[in-house]
Design a protein around this ligand. Structure first.
Ligand code: DX5
Ligand code: ZN
Length: 216
């Protein structure tokens, strides 16, 4: 089973509810919300109120991907907003540990994220947190529409072989070509922004992504 999670960073912000509804009806499994603070990454996106709005207008579970320097300070706000999975970065280990406690106490799923240059060992060092999801970034975080970084593939394989999380996610530059590479390496949770929201028809885009992954 491959899970598809459209990232609303690539959605038309003028018509967000329509875009979320379209993605929800496209056969996707989760909605991915990219939270950026302009400090951990060189971009600012949106906050918990948008996650709450997405929860209101979509029946799909929502992942909040926290690309922020203080995940411990803001985790509660994303819990209150209703996020089903809250994904925090291994690059801020102590703050992500504290955030993980809050996420667990609220009964939500935990995601651990690593950037392309961050080694596999950084996930291992936090794996005692028992995350449901491990996300291997396949672009340097901050923007949609970037090229897939193939050098991440061995790390994806190592995560599948040694840690084997329920959800092994990849995020950034996924399309019908790169999804097969990621799936072959062991990914089963595909975040896609541009490939879905900039497609002529998101419904067929999600179908094509799923098809491409199943042929891996
Ligand atoms: C980048 C975000 C990704 C991005 C994916 O920092 O974490 O989720 O929005 O966008 P695409 O699929 O367009 O690369
Ligand atoms: Zn993301």
């Amino acid at each position: 089973m491959v899970y598809i999670a459209p990232s609303i960073l690539a959605a038309d912000a003028c018509r967000l509810s329509d875009e979320v509804l379209k993605a929800s009806r496209s056969g996707a499994d989760f909605i991915h919300c990219d939270i950026m603070d302009g400090h951990f990454v060189p971009n600012i996106s949106f906050g918990p109120h948008v996650v709450a709005a997405v929860k209101k207008c979509s029946p799909l579970p929502v992942e909040a991907h926290l690309m922020i320097s203080e995940p411990d300070r803001y985790a509660a706000a994303f819990i209150d907003a209703g996020a089903d999975i809250i994904s925090v970065h291994c690059e801020t280990p102590e703050k992500s540990r504290k955030a993980a406690d809050l996420i667990r106490n609220a009964g939500r799923m935990l995601g651990l994220v690593v950037n392309p240059p961050t080694p596999f060992e950084s996930i291992q060092a936090l794996f005692d947190l028992r995350p449901e999801l491990v996300l291997c970034m396949t672009v340097n975080p901050g923007f949609g529409g970037q090229e897939f970084i193939h050098d991440v593939l061995p790390k994806i394989r190592a995560v599948r072989e040694s840690l084997n999380p329920t959800y092994l996610s990849v995020d950034g530059g996924l399309n019908t070509n790169t999804i097969a590479l990621a799936a072959r390496a062991g990914a089963n949770f595909i975040v896609a922004g541009t490939a879905v929201f900039r497609a002529q028809d998101p419904v067929s885009a999600v179908k094509e992504l799923r098809m491409a992954a199943s042929q891996a």
